[in-house]
Design a protein. Structure first.
Length: 116
């Protein structure tokens, strides 16, 4: 089964909060922060692994998994879930491979969130 790229209902819930509060920058702010976190992830993950801090590597993937899912980027959340699972198993090579193979999904998901 292929995960949904963007859950429009979750995005709409954020849009409802924007309307209720009179703000128009909530979703775009969340997406910008997510984009920054995703861009920082490879170096932070590699640094954690190099330092032998397996828990930090797992936590970084776990945090991104949750953030993606909260914003409705379900497929991206699943990708970081797979990275988290590989890291939990101590297979950091597989985790890195999943990240590398997910580059197109990351780009598509972030672009879809920006257009949502």
């Amino acid at each position: 089964m292929v995960a949904v790229l963007i859950d429009r209902q979750l995005v709409e819930e954020i849009r409802q909060v924007e309307r209720a509060t009179g703000r128009t920058d909530l979703l775009s702010g969340f997406v910008a922060k997510l984009e920054e976190s995703v861009a920082d992830f490879p170096a932070a993950f590699a640094d954690s692994v190099a330092r032998g801090d397996d828990k930090a590597a797992v936590r970084a993937a776990h945090t991104l998994k949750g953030t993606c899912r909260q914003l409705g980027a379900l497929a991206l959340g699943d990708l970081f879930g797979e990275i988290e699972s590989a890291a939990k198993a101590g297979d950091f090579i597989a985790a890195q491979r999943k990240l590398d193979e997910g580059a197109e999904l990351i780009a598509r998901s972030l672009e879809a969130l920006k257009r949502a």
